[in-house]
Design a protein around this ligand. Structure first.
Ligand SMILES: NC(=O)c1ccc[n+]([C@@H]2O[C@H](COP(=O)([O-])OP(=O)(O)OC[C@H]3O[C@@H](n4cnc5c(N)ncnc54)[C@H](O)[C@@H]3O)[C@@H](O)[C@H]2O)c1
Length: 337
């Protein structure tokens, strides 16, 4: 039985408390939050969990094996470093930190302490995303030409990081996972339209190896809640809509074929669209956060690194975010990751 302590009990932390309380091989012993109202609410929901104000009480407790950090992003680096130094395994919410250098420090700290360090890239545990990765790997789609994602809603707003750092870690982690590689350069524009000092939206275009183009649109100032990804391949196309109750994935048996016939000028050829059926694959629904928690606990028990979302992967996402931010700061200049 792995004993977990959760730091940060706002909107998201209670979900981790629930998951680690429910899993067969873990228990949630403690949680911490500086806000008394949140602590009261947690005590009412989870009476057996010791809810404390100072997170250091969790780090000092020898009965705690692992710490889950669901505090605001600006604390991720500090809390993760302190938890590793206290000999705890760590599951830190996304993004792992705010700079590449911080991620490198955390990775080294985890190696030195011999503890697991995992990032909460929860969409890597979404069954639809996993299905798409297998489908791409099977070669059914052929070469991937380009992809785009939309992650929008009206709120929730944050005051410690902008919409890019809040929302895009999900999409960047997803594309790195689906494509099996990470972006090499980025150009992006953002806008501070709600009167804060932070960007409320970002349009980021990422270059992946071999000319693959990926566009990521995130916003917390949009009328509709949208969670969509479109993948355009040589042989097939896929649309993933996480909010579609009929099934998250549509596989379009559509493609564009080129005739071998040459026209008047050299190199011209005819493009023909091929329209096939649209299928909705049956995918087992499992709660991604629970699958993520299970993976973390299993890695601790087996003594294996959480390769799916380890510090290296978390660092790559942070490097891409930093490049997108630099490009936004320079009004869209192409920036190397
Ligand atoms: N994976 C996901 O899908 C997902 C979804 C939501 C949030 N998150 C991540 O989870 C983290 C928390 O997000 P949230 O929406 O719950 O934010 P939130 O602001 O609702 O909650 C953060 C909580 O941390 C507490 N806190 C602040 N300083 C603290 C300290 N020093 N010690 C202990 N507690 C402290 C706050 O009082 C608050 O209750 C963020 O990093 C966010 O990116 C991830």
């Amino acid at each position: 039985m792995i004993s977990v302590g959760v730091i940060g009990c706002g909107h998201w932390g209670p979900n981790h408390i629930r998951v680690f309380s429910q899993l067969a091989n873990s228990t949630c012993l403690m949680c911490a939050d500086i806000d008394d109202v949140r602590l009261k609410s947690i005590k009412a929901q989870f009476p057996s969990v010791d809810a404390v104000k100072d997170y250091r009480a969790i780090l000092a407790n020898p009965a705690i094996d692992a710490v889950c950090i669901a505090a605001p992003t600006k604390y991720h680096f500090q809390f993760t470093r302190e938890a590793l130094a206290a000999g705890k395994h760590v599951l830190c919410e996304k993004p792992l930190a705010m700079t590449h250098e911080e991620c490198v420090t955390l990775k080294a700290a985890a190696e030195k302490s011999g503890r697991m360090l995992m990032v909460g890239h929860v969409f890597l545990f979404n069954s639809g995303i996993r299905w798409m990765r297998e489908y791409i790997a099977s070669g059914e789609m052929g070469r991937i030409y380009y992809a785009h994602s939309e992650r929008t809603n009206l709120g929730p707003f944050r005051y410690d990081v902008n919409a890019l750092w809040d929302l895009a870690p999900h999409d960047i982690a997803i594309f790195d996972y689906l494509l099996g590689e990470s972006a090499v350069s980025a150009s992006a524009r953002g806008l501070k339209c709600l009167g804060n000092s932070l960007e409320d939206l970002s349009f980021a275009t990422l270059d992946y190896p071999d000319g693959k183009l990926v566009n990521v649109h995130v916003s917390w100032a949009d009328p509709r809640k949208v969670r969509q990804i479109t993948l355009v391949g040589e042989k097939k196309m896929i649309v993933w809509d996480d909010l579609d109750a009929l099934g998250a994935i549509r596989v379009y048996d559509k493609s564009v074929e080129r005739t071998s016939k040459y026209y008047e000028s050299y190199g011209e050829f005819q493009l023909l669209s091929r329209e096939g059926s649209i299928t909705i694959p049956k995918i087992n629904l499992a709660e991604p956060l629970k699958a993520q928690g299970q993976y973390f606990i299993d890695c601790i028990e087996k003594g294996i690194q959480p390769e799916l979302a380890d510090a290296q992967k978390g660092d790559q996402v942070v490097r891409t975010l930093a490049a997108v931010q630099r490009s936004m700061d320079q009004n869209g200049t192409l920036v190397k990751v």
